[in-house]
Design a protein around this ligand. Sequence first.
Ligand SMILES: Cc1cc2nc3c(=O)[nH]c(=O)nc-3n(C[C@H](O)[C@H](O)[C@H](O)COP(=O)(O)OP(=O)(O)OC[C@H]3O[C@@H](n4cnc5c(N)ncnc54)[C@H](O)[C@@H]3O)c2cc1C
Length: 381
Amino acid sequence: MNRRDFLKILGLFALSPKKIFAKKSKTKEAVVIGAGIIGCSIAYELSKRGVAVTLIDKSVPGSGCSGSSFSWINATYPKKPYSYNLFSQLGISAFHLVQRELSLDIKWNGSLEWASKIRDQQALIESVNELQNYPKYTATSIIGYKKAKKLEPYINFKGNENIVFSKEDGAIDPKDAISKMINAIKKNGGKVLYPCKFEKVIESNDLFSKVKTSMGILKSEKIIFCNGVDVDKSLNINFLKEPRPGVIIKTKPKKNLINSIVYGPNIHAHQQSNGQLIIGEQIAAPTEQDSLNHLKRINKHFKNMVRGASDLNPSEVLIGWRPIPKDDLPVIGRFKNKSIYVAVMHSGISLAAIVGNLVTQEIVDEVDSLLLNDFRPSRFF
Ligand SMILES: Cc1cc2nc3c(=O)[nH]c(=O)nc-3n(C[C@H](O)[C@H](O)[C@H](O)COP(=O)(O)OP(=O)(O)OC[C@H]3O[C@@H](n4cnc5c(N)ncnc54)[C@H](O)[C@@H]3O)c2cc1C
């Protein structure tokens, strides 16, 4: 999707009657709880629009799920129904804009996905056919191993003739993105406080909310909850499934082995521009911090997939906990009254830029974005 189409779609979907009659924004201040990729993106976009933002985190920015993510930006076949897929496609376009603004480290070399078992491979192709029936979808084609080898000379595709190539996908360094967004928020006059833990809502109505934090009481016209797996506890709600863990290995910088995102049997991997390999696993991870065993297992799969690979030399072996809403779709919108807003989702890396953009549009311009209609918190109560 080019920049012009992207901006046209955003404008069209924001033309709710409220916008037509909207006066100048009344929202002058906001507190954002949680400095993961979602909270940082929202706080960054708000600060660009002149809102006085205070972003808080109970720990260090990026220390939650975002710092242990595989960090693949995509709108591929698992993103369904269509409203969610389109939202993810806009997510890719929105990241191109933010990348230009903040010089983010994102490699847009696409992704390659294949399976070893015939049954899995058939299911993959069927899913791609389904995707290609949508009115709009990211460029996806099936290529053979000879073509795939030109893109990835070191990957052993084992003669597979049905590799899914999604050429618009990207891989981001989320910690780099979070740190650049935080610098920009501060430059735009915002405050970033940590460690500062949200403890409870003291008072809340349509005009303002007052919350207790470990650094004292904060009062604001808008309080935006972006605290991932902790959101249920914070608001005393039940939006999320039990968080699902995943192991991520980050290596020390290596010579260039992988150009795109490779999603093969057992593991998936990409290589950042600093040479660090980022490797994840398809299976649900054991919850124990048994780094040595995780490394042993993933090392074996990696050497099987990458020709001539030496043993992985990890800099980190992480377990990330995914915030997954009960119906797998994002939860974004006002919560009960106008001063409390929630934004929590899986695939939050793919969606961070578009979420920052649309949430800011809703808060600053006082519109309801139709693009968010299917993702409202109200579906749970
Ligand atoms: C192994 C793994 C692989 C993944 N791969 C991908 C992928 O390839 N692509 C993709 O799009 N998504 C992927 N995801 C999902 C994605 O990483 C998450 O959806 C995303 O990081 C969520 O971001 P967030 O900002 O909502 O939450 P988080 O990054 O968890 O941030 C929440 C922040 O809130 C803070 N916080 C919590 N409670 C409080 C409180 N009381 N007061 C103050 N602060 C608080 C935390 O300290 C944390 O920093 C993956 C996840 C995992 C675990």
